[in-house]
Design a protein around this ligand. Structure first.
Ligand SMILES: [Fe+2]
Length: 443
């Protein structure tokens, strides 16, 4: 580092000359030699030397320590003190200004060289560190989330603008004060990585705001925790949108349910003797599903499919539907088309559940004796297996123009008889439990 420019500040001209010569002798350039602190400040600002060798005791209004402080703060030029007096008070004052070196007069070339090189190196490092800090704090300030850093005692060491806005506190107000005294945010867990969680932050004015927050502990190179960083994000707008979507979904769901029920009622209008059949099957199906622990959304699908499971009967002439007495084989085969017709009507509607398939399969039987496709066991949708049991139980519990109601007891005997063969055993068990233990009744 032979090309360093060095400013010498020394009020005794002979000593100043000596030092300048020694500096040149070491291969450095002497940019100027001045004798007061004021001159040192003026020249340093103008010529920007790499290092300043500064006598502490100077003539003039300010001494070397004051001049050094001003120079480092304003021009970031490192200062090495030279002094003949090493009294405790002076040393103490000098120390506060964080000097880059300190040489007691008289000194030799070697000592001077080492001190200059060390001072220059230290200054370079310090500049890099400052740049790094500036970079980091710019990044943190421009992040869209609120950032609050605390030390290991929970005292605030940093807060960005977003965090200031979110909390209502400024960094200046709470810097180095305990965060918990101002803002309530959960602490970092032991060795926890930043897990994002939702919580409520109370602003300075008492306004509660929903935030998403994470907290990460900071570790030093010895893996010791020396604080943590809180990231907070205002999610009020998102929450509002989510709530609007939820409400809109609920409205649509209600409208869809209403529409399905209206269709169900329309079909039954043609056959007053079975009025309410689908709705009652729907109630029982949902109760069975609930009894079996089926999740709520799936039950919604069962409710909807059951409400219109006989929609295909729209295709069956009313005379056949309401005909008293036994049906002929042809009439029976016409009635049996209702599963296929129901499927054809519904297959192109995109429900969140396989409604068309459930309707299609509601007369299938576990052992393959059902219609229209003689499906067996697991090939039949679970929802259809529930509805088929409920359908039989409801039909046998209700009056028909051509026969009195066999009654619930007979209906339960029928599903008991077909348990595990025609009907899903678990569905049958759940259905029987409902009637015998849970007092289920058709309305
Ligand atoms: Fe049916």
């Amino acid at each position: 580092m032979k090309n360093l420019q060095i400013l010498v500040v020394e009020d005794e001209s002979l000593v100043a000359k000596d030092i300048a010569n020694m500096v040149r002798g070491l291969g450095y350039n002497v940019s100027a030699v001045v004798s007061t602190g004021e001159e040192a400040i003026a020249i340093a600002g103008k010529s920007q030397p790499d290092i300043i060798l500064m006598d502490i005791v100077l003539k003039g209004r300010i001494d070397g320590i004051e001049a050094a402080q001003h120079i480092w703060e304003n021009f970031s030029i490192p200062v090495v003190y030279l002094t003949a007096y090493a009294d405790e008070a002076t040393l103490q004052r000098a120390k506060v200004t964080e000097p880059f070196g300190y040489i007691l007069k008289p000194f030799d070339e070697r000592e001077l060289q080492t001190t200059i090189e060390m001072a220059f190196f230290k200054a370079q490092m310090e500049k890099k560190l400052r740049e790094r800090e500036r970079w980091l704090s710019t990044v943190l300030r421009s992040i869209g989330d609120g950032v609050i850093a605390v030390d290991r005692n929970g005292r605030v060491t940093f807060m960005n603008g977003v965090a200031e806005k979110l909390t209502g506190w400024s960094q200046d107000e709470i810097l180095m004060k305990p965060l918990s005294g101002f803002i309530q945010i959960p602490e970092a867990g032991e060795g926890a990585d930043a897990a994002v969680s939702e919580s409520v932050l109370t602003m300075r004015d008492g306004t509660p705001i929903t935030i998403e927050q994470s907290v990460s502990p900071i570790y030093d190179e010895k893996k010791e925790n020396f604080g943590s960083v809180h990231i907070i994000r205002d999610i009020r707008a998102r929450k509002k949108t989510e709530e609007e979507i939820r409400q809109s979904y609920a409205r649509h769901q209600k409208a869809l349910n209403g529409t399905i029920q209206a269709i169900g009622l329309t079909i039954e209008m043609r056959d007053p003797y079975t009025a309410g059949h689908q709705h009652r099957v729907s109630k029982l199906s949902c109760a069975i599903a609930e009894e079996m622990g089926v999740e709520t959304t799936r039950i919604e699908g069962i409710r909807m499919a059951a409400d219109i499971h006989d929609i295909g009967k729209i295709y069956v002439p009313a005379e056949i539907l309401s005909k008293p007495g036994r049906l002929s084989d042809i009439e029976m085969s016409i009635i049996r088309t209702h599963s296929q017709v129901g499927y054809d009507i519904l297959k192109n509607i995109e429900f969140p559940w396989p409604i068309a398939q459930i309707v299609y399969q509601h007369h299938e039987r576990e052992d393959g004796t059902g219609y229209p496709n003689a499906l067996k066991g697991e090939d039949i949708l679970f929802e259809a297996r529930i509805i088929s049991v409920a359908d039989v139980v409801e039909a046998m519990s209700s009056h028909r123009p051509y026969r009195p109601a066999p009654g619930t007891e007979k209906a339960l005997n029928e599903i008991r008889r077909g348990r595990g063969t025609q009907y899903d055993a678990n569905v049958v068990d759940a259905c029987i439990r409902l009637f015998q233990e849970k007092n289920f009744k058709f309305e």
